[in-house]
Design a protein around this ligand. Structure first.
Ligand code: ZN
Ligand code: ZN
Length: 338
């Protein structure tokens, strides 16, 4: 027995990477593809901390069986395709270019937070919106959702709560029994934060309509997540190219993995190569939020904007293929599933 234990310890010492990788699994509309509406991604730290980044419209709701254990939910901004004003009817329904979605009046974000008793990691302005929706799901008489008592929690938490941080704020989630926690920092995103109108009360919708107005929930955000294996991941959300990508995200946080949202509005199809090659300079890149059917049979389609950008990026770039799990080591190198 002693010899077996010693041999096992030696084995672990020789292959520390075995248990030290961060697992990333996109949850999109069509298994094995990267589709137009795909947003949600699950991250799992080696210590077991699991979180969902932007629930969006490609989960079927809080009880989507593909989610599994979720300790925290990150929310970047209030656009319907991120907070989730629609949810996927069923995996594989509709086309890759236009997945079949149905209304989610409480938002998929609140549905997942409520179903999983999860921690909401977002700004205070957006958290307040989610609190209301989670309370609506729980029904009257239940204890209202509130901020977590501290900025460092052990997961799972006893009841859903939110992070009480804003730009630059740091929140830590540690697995029970783990020595170290996963650290979330909110960073800038050069975008807007108008809420999807269908998630508001009818009275508020009418009020806004009368003035042709949009309702914003403070600044939209991205995240830098530091995992316990040393990996620093930059989750860009929807953003234009901006200077912090070099100073804050690369120089200060030293993010070695960049998860980049593409799509036509913030212009990353045009500016993405400069943003990634010259400003963020990561060891690896994952592309998501492509707003086009980027793959067919799991292979990148040649005449897509995603393919055009891939050719210009120097670091190894991977597609967020739905339900494919990628493993990343502490230096941002993909070691499995890519
Ligand atoms: Zn957006
Ligand atoms: Zn978006």
């Amino acid at each position: 027995m002693k010899i077996a234990c010693a041999a096992f310890a030696l084995l672990l010492a020789a292959f520390p990477a075995l248990a030290q990788n961060v697992k990333i699994t996109p949850i999109g509309s069509h298994r094995g593809e990267l589709c137009a509406n795909d947003r949600a991604m699950i991250f799992e730290d080696p210590t077991g901390v699991r979180f969902l980044y932007d629930a969006g419209p490609t989960v079927t709701g809080g009880n989507d069986p593909r989610l599994g254990t979720i300790h925290l939910v990150l929310l970047s901004h209030m656009h319907g395709d991120h907070v989730g004003d629609l949810k996927l009817k069923a995996p594989g329904e509709g086309t890759c270019a236009n997945s079949m979605r149905v209304p989610a009046p409480n938002s998929t974000t609140a549905e997942v937070v409520a179903a999983k008793n999860a921690v909401m990691v977002t700004t205070r302005a957006m958290a307040a919106f989610v609190h209301n929706k989670v309370d609506a799901i729980h029904g009257s008489g239940s204890k209202p959702m509130d901020f977590c008592p501290t900025l460092a929690v052990t997961v799972p938490v006893p009841a859903a709560c939110s992070s009480r941080i804003d730009m630059g704020g740091v929140f830590t989630a540690r697995a029970d029994g783990a020595r170290q926690g996963v650290e979330f920092t909110i960073v800038y995103s050069a975008h807007v934060n108008d809420v999807a109108p269908s998630l508001l009360t009818k009275a508020q919708q009418d009020l806004l309509k009368a003035d042709g107005a949009q309702l914003g929930y403070g600044p939209p955000v991205g995240f830098v997540v530091k995992f316990t294996n040393g990996l620093g991941a930059y989750l860009s959300s929807d953003t234009a190219v901006f200077g912090d990508m070099k100073t804050v995200i690369s120089d200060f946080h030293k993010a070695s993995l960049a998860v980049i949202n593409l799509g036509p509005n913030p212009g990353l199809f045009q500016s993405g190569a400069y943003a990634i090659n010259d400003l963020i300079r990561p060891a690896s890149v994952i592309f998501t939020h492509v707003n086009e059917a980027a793959t067919e049979g799991g292979k990148l389609k040649a005449n897509t904007q995603t393919a055009a950008l891939m050719k210009q990026v120097k670091a190894p770039a991977y597609l967020a293929i739905s339900e494919r799990t990628m493993g990343f080591d502490g230096k941002g190198k993909c070691v499995s599933g890519c």
